[in-house]
Design a protein around this ligand. Structure first.
Ligand code: AMP
Ligand code: GLY
Length: 439
């Protein structure tokens, strides 16, 4: 290749290299690995930085473990001292809620993600519920309480099962499904009096328990236009058969075969579009990823929750299927030109199985050595809680890594993912064996 490159071509290449866009990604989980994996495929992407990052991300990006994802001052200082950074992508919920995008923009920097006022859609369940009520977006019937005694009186008279939700961010754990009055009394005490989820429990949402199947509907937004991504489905419970505690997500597949094209259109018409319109009416500009967690039962579609970011592990099956340049999409979301981008998906199906530390989502040990055998083609290992210690790859979190497989059908992708996760080993490793077992 070198020998056939003329001087002029070489000059153009050098010029192009200079024009490349360097990017900082905030976060250090499987979602961020998947985002960086997609960005690194962009012809326009230059050097990628990640704060804090993880051992897998380190193969694609310069990681800065000394900067935590919630360290607003640290991130702003890093961007100030790196004038080569073209864009900062804020991926996790807490820095978004804390206003990291607002801070970066105030300094004149380019950032992808919603500002704090828009991230409230995720950070405050009562804000989200009130918005849905006001704009007729289907969700479970609910009441909001800031007073323990009033909440207590309400649960004495409500129907069971009932769902209690701490208002703020609680790592996906601030939701209690109570089958009985006794459980609800205990849950109420846990959230509002014992503050098991901290100040998130100052305000409580009590809502009807919905049944059906869950589906994640993610969409890119530029404040005006909302473009749905392909559908996906998460598995929140820790154990097979949807038993055990709620986790951040133990596995996922895309597309969600249970959602018909007609249903996808309804999700846009009845949920995604009206949510963005409602926010616009409230004077809130939402730029970034809008994620609606849905419960679908027959023809009934209802919103369980909104997130203001990519889902994890959903991103680990969605982005490997994206055919369009992710950097171009991020640019369009920031610039308000999403209507000009044609977003396309490959025909593949994707399945991701998460390998977690024994004990997760409760107490677990870190620092276990991880071995990963040779992966087959069309398999990607996205790291989540991993680190290097004394030159060895070790566990460093509850969700350790995700094995994503791509294949023409969900069934083949599932088999490929399971065949490859069996080549991953660490002490007390745990993963769900029943993902898509119905197929
Ligand atoms: P959330 O953080 O609001 O998505 O809640 C976490 C999980 O709790 C959801 O993914 C559902 O599995 C479950 N959940 C939340 N709200 C309800 C509800 N109203 N009815 C039944 N299950 C729910
Ligand atoms: N997988 C669920 C979430 O990202 O909230």
């Amino acid at each position: 290749w070198d020998s056939v490159t003329s001087n002029t071509e070489k000059d153009t290449l050098t010029e192009e290299t200079h024009m490349k866009k360097n990017i900082l990604v905030i976060g250090g989980g499987g979602r961020e690995h998947a985002i960086i994996h997609a960005l690194s495929r962009s012809p326009e992407a230059g050097k990628i930085y990640c704060a804090p990052g993880n051992a897998g991300i380190a193969a694609l990006a310069e990681c800065h473990p000394e900067i935590k994802a919630t360290d607003l001052d640290g991130v702003v200082a890093f961007v100030r001292s790196h004038p080569d950074i073209y864009m900062t992508v804020v991926a996790p919920d807490d820095p978004l809620a804390l206003g990291m995008v607002d801070r970066l923009e105030a300094e004149g920097f380019r950032a992808f993600g919603p500002r704090a006022a828009a991230a409230r859609l995720e950070a405050s369940k009562s804000f989200a519920k009130d918005l849905m009520k006001k704009y007729g977006i289907p969700t479970a019937a609910y009441e909001v309480f800031t007073d323990y005694d009033a909440a207590r009186a309400y649960i004495d008279g409500c129907r069971y099962p009932v769902v209690l939700k701490a208002d703020g961010l609680a790592l996906g754990k601030g939701v209690l499904i109570c089958e009985t009055h006794e459980q609800a009394v205990a849950g109420l005490k846990e959230i509002m009096l014992d503050k098991a989820f901290g100040s998130a429990g100052n305000t409580l949402v009590v809502e009807d328990c919905l049944t059906g199947f869950e589906c994640s509907a993610l969409a890119f937004c530029d404040g005006k236009t909302v473009v749905p991504m392909t559908t996906s489905q998460d598995h929140k419970r820790a154990l097979d058969g949807n038993k055990g505690l709620n986790t951040g997500g133990m596995g996922t597949f895309s597309p969600s075969y249970k959602v018909s094209p007609e249903m996808e259109k309804r999700i846009y018409d009845e949920v995604l579009r009206p949510t963005l319109d409602g926010l616009i009416s409230e004077g809130v500009e939402f730029k970034g990823v809008l994620y609606a967690g849905l419960m679908i039962n027959g023809d009934d579609i209802r919103v369980l929750e909104f997130n203001a970011r990519f889902g994890d592990p959903e991103t680990q099956v969605i982005l490997p299927r994206l055919a369009t340049d992710l950097l171009e999409i991020f640019d369009a979301c920031i610039d308000g030109t999403l209507d000009k981008v044609r977003i396309e998906w490959t025909g593949n199906a994707a399945v991701c199985i998460v390998a977690a530390s024994g004990g997760y989502p409760e107490a677990y040990e870190k620092g276990k050595e991880i071995t990963i055998g040779d992966m087959d083609d069309n398999v990607i290992v996205f790291h989540a809680g991993t680190a290097f210690k004394d030159g060895k790859l070790v566990t460093n979190g509850g969700r350790v890594l995700g094995v994503t497989a791509l294949a023409p059908t969900l069934r083949e992708a599932r088999d490929l993912a399971y065949a490859n996760i069996r080549k991953v080993h660490f002490d007390k490793m745990h993963y769900r064996k029943d993902i898509l077992s119905e197929l």
